[in-house]
Design a binder for this molecule. Structure first.
Ligand code: ASP
Ligand code: MG
Length: 404
């Protein structure tokens, strides 16, 4: 079997953990499997590098940031190769350039386009464990790029697809995918299985277990994933197209505190206004999430929407630049202390009343809803951030406690 294993930052945070990972890889290697290992930067290394960059130059170019950030993963893979070697197992570390992982040219948020597999295949044939840097690629200018925070998962899935791997295992510091973040909801349980679509919604909602593009890619190429702990041998959660067990109405509750709301007040109530507003943001790659437009009155209307809190300052600056000119709005209001709480479940599609049940749970604990958005398998509400814990627990209890 060819197995792609990915270990996150916490799983390789120090010497002891590095050897723990090395031993787990050796176990499968000794059974006669071919092993490709994708690693993230050690512990919080990526954050440390970003802080160093900010300290030197708060406006550092994205090209140089990527040049810097890619060193983090390079440290992990080379140290891991040394650890394996010291345990008597042949290994080789490769960075994105050496493998040839081609990406689009957008620094800081590149997408993988093509992976050459020849070098990896040769190394596997020579009976080596192959260690590959996660999170990075090379663009058409021969520059390093990165895939966005958490992007090592995507590297692993892309490699599994390119190599037609028999298994893709994502190792992390939790036992799998939970019905809710166990730090917030004490009664949450690990799921044995979840569909790509559900996982995709949960990942985009900030459930934090998997990079959402990795799930997109897994779905597209039919790569079955296992999310499991690097710290114990508990069976993890399988992510795949269809789940065997009877579809649960709701399989997870997620929250995302990295959310802010912008309200653009007193816009002209005429065609093209929404286009101009969101086009300004799109041009700067600012992603917008829930959008709400008020009913027009006295020739004006308001449009409010959510963005990632990280993008808030940039979004507001862009809008303020156009406030007098093309936007002609009276006021731009900002709210930071908001969060999204969502329920996700494939079973929702065929069941009416799921949203109402969620709203009831929130009403029961006195939480006000500021915005609502839905998809076929998801209901999201925007609430005040201070109520997240209470809301998550109430919603989890309403839907999941009876199902688990
Ligand atoms: N080291 C990168 C990050 O922290 C990539 C990853 O961990 O997946 O975002
Ligand atoms: Mg991650």
């Amino acid at each position: 079997m060819l197995i792609v294993k990915k270990f996150g930052g916490t799983s390789v945070a120090d010497k002891e953990r590095i050897f723990n990972v090395a031993r787990r890889c050796i176990e499968d290697y000794k059974k006669g499997n071919e092993i490709v290992v994708v690693l993230s930067a050690m512990g919080k290394q990526t954050d440390v590098l970003l802080a160093q960059a900010r300290d030197i130059n708060p406006n550092a170019s994205k090209r140089e940031l990527d040049m810097l950030l890619t060193t983090g993963e390079q440290i992990s893979v080379s140290l891991m190769a040394m650890a394996l070697d010291s345990l008597g197992v042949p290994a080789v570390s490769l960075n994105a350039y050496q493998v040839a992982m081609h990406t689009t040219s957008v620094y800081g948020n590149a997408r993988l386009k093509r992976i050459d597999t020849e070098r990896i295949r040769n190394e596997l044939q020579n009976k080596r464990i192959v260690l590959v840097t996660g999170f990075q690629g090379v663009n058409k200018y021969d520059d390093y790029t990165t895939l966005g925070r958490g992007g090592s998962d995507t590297t692993a899935v892309a490699l599994a697809a390119a190599l037609h791997a028999d298994a893709c295992e994502i190792y992390t510091d939790v036992d799998g995918v939970f019905t809710a973040d166990p730090r917030i909801v004490k009664t949450s349980k690990k799921l044995d299985e979840i569909t790509y679509d559900e996982m995709l919604e949960l990942a985009s909602l900030g459930a934090g277990v998997l990079h959402n593009r990795s799930v997109e890619m897994a779905k597209k190429y039919g790569v079955q994933l296992v999310v499991r702990s690097s710290l114990n041998t508990t069976e993890g959660t399988i992510v795949k197209e269809e789940v065997k067990m009877e579809k649960m109405l709701v399989s997870g509750v997620a929250c995302d505190k990295n959310t802010a709301r912008i309200a653009v007040i007193g816009l002209e109530d005429q065609p093209g206004v929404a286009f101009k507003l969101f086009n300004h943001l799109a041009k700067h790659n600012v992603n917008v999430d829930i959008i709400l437009q008020s009913v027009g009155r006295d020739g004006t209307k308001d449009i409010s929407f959510t963005v990632k809190e990280d993008d808030l300052d940039e979004a507001v600056a862009i809008l303020e630049r156009h406030q007098e000119g093309s936007l002609k709005c009276q006021k731009i209001d900002v709210e930071r202390e908001v969060a999204k709480v969502s329920i996700v479940g494939a079973g929702m599609m065929s069941n009416a009343g799921v949203a109402a049940k969620m709203f009831e749970a929130l009403y029961d604990v006195g939480v006000n809803i500021k915005m609502i958005s839905t998809s076929e398998i998801r209901v999201t509400v925007l609430i005040d951030e201070i109520h997240v814990e209470k809301a998550m627990n109430a919603v989890h209890e309403k839907f999941l406690l009876s199902q688990l």
